[in-house]
Design a protein around this ligand. Structure first.
Ligand SMILES: C[C@](O)(CO)[C@H](O)COP(=O)(O)OP(=O)(O)OC[C@H]1O[C@@H](n2ccc(N)nc2=O)[C@H](O)[C@@H]1O
Ligand SMILES: Nc1ncnc2c1ncn2[C@@H]1O[C@H](COP(=O)(O)OP(=O)(O)OP(=O)(O)O)[C@@H](O)[C@H]1O
Length: 283
């Protein structure tokens, strides 16, 4: 059996940090917007009992890849002879706040659950995924969602499916470094979702990241000429909403050389779900 599945990006439309837990992790309130753009993972079953992974970007070939680690988490649920060959087509920038690695891990969990016919529920996959990272559960559920806790308490939200220009300045920002920084704002009051939806949306990591990485501040200034914009996650990517693809394309055409960018549509449900249904009907 073989098939391929998408691993899409997310935006944090707002990101509030409401406190720090004893284990160092932070409690958040965030609105995850799924996009229709991302990586692609190819799955092939074999009877080797081994997991092999190769990537379009060879720097990702190691066993610390979240895809490999997700596959290892599922291996104990499968017969000893169950093996797989995985190939990652990497399209998303890394360390960009778009959740690429987490999304790859979530797609791996769904893909191998199918390939090895494990019959695990989405909830079981999300709980396993949380061991790999706070962003993995939302990609396992694959819907635009409001999240609390460290990002694992999810409530699906339906939003208008808008066009976004996503711009990633050429700098790598470590999520752990931002969350452990003494100057990070960690005291935004917890609010109910209805109030959060009414307010101006903000990202509590943005002021610190703009200060530490002037290129992020400059990219936001450039994008602001076209449309109101914000940062996603802990950066470095920033995004703005556009009324249509043509106006987003107009801005993308004058992208500074210090950045990469792509245009995507916000979707309420990840295309992963439709692709999983297709593999059902093809297998
Ligand atoms: C910034 C976001 O992308 C917003 O969606 C996520 O909160 C980050 O999720 P992630 O990359 O999956 O994060 P993890 O791989 O679990 O953790 C990376 C680092 O970020 C810190 N971290 C992460 C999530 C969180 N709620 N609080 C944290 O303090 C942890 O100290 C950890 O060392
Ligand atoms: N499959 C993967 N794809 C990308 N990065 C991976 C993967 N597996 C492990 N990594 C490691 O994780 C780091 C962060 O990658 P990722 O692209 O997920 O960051 P991010 O978009 O900032 O994520 P988040 O928004 O969840 O913080 C990379 O620098 C890389 O070393």
């Amino acid at each position: 059996m073989s098939f391929s599945l998408p691993a899409v990006a997310k935006l944090n439309l707002f990101l509030h940090i409401t406190g720090r837990r004893a284990d160092g992790y932070h409690n958040l309130q965030t609105l995850f917007q799924m996009l229709d753009f991302g990586d692609r993972l190819h799955f092939k079953a074999d009877n080797s009992g081994e997991i092999t992974l190769s990537c379009s970007d060879p720097s990702l070939n190691g066993s610390d890849n979240l895809i490999y680690r997700a596959a290892q988490l599922l291996k104990p649920f499968a017969p000893a002879a169950a093996g797989c060959q995985l190939y990652l087509e990497k399209n998303l920038p890394m360390g960009g706040g778009l959740g690429g690695g987490s999304s790859d891990a979530a797609t791996t969990l769904h893909g191998l659950n199918k390939l090895w016919q494990l019959g695990l529920s989405t909830q079981q996959l999300a709980e396993l995924g949380l061991r790999l990272g706070a962003d993995v559960p939302v990609f396992v559920h694959g819907t635009t969602a409001f999240a609390e806790g460290v990002g694992e308490r999810l409530q699906a939200v339906k939003l208008p499916e808008k066009i976004y220009l996503v711009v990633t300045p050429h700098c790598h920002i470590s999520t752990a470094a931002i969350f452990s920084h003494p100057q990070l704002k960690r005291d935004t009051p917890t609010m109910v979702l209805a109030d959060l939806m009414q307010r101006n949306w903000q990202n509590d990591c943005q002021p610190l990241v703009e200060q530490l990485y002037p290129i992020v501040a400059m990219t936001l200034q450039w994008l602001l000429e076209y449309s109101p914009c914000r940062m996603t996650g802990t950066g470095a990517s920033v995004f703005a909403e556009f009324p249509d693809a043509a106006s987003a394309q107009h801005a993308l055409a004058s992208l500074p050389a210090s950045c990469n960018g792509f245009i995507a549509r916000g979707v309420n449900q990840s295309p992963l779900w439709a692709a999983l249904t297709d593999t059902d009907s093809n297998s």
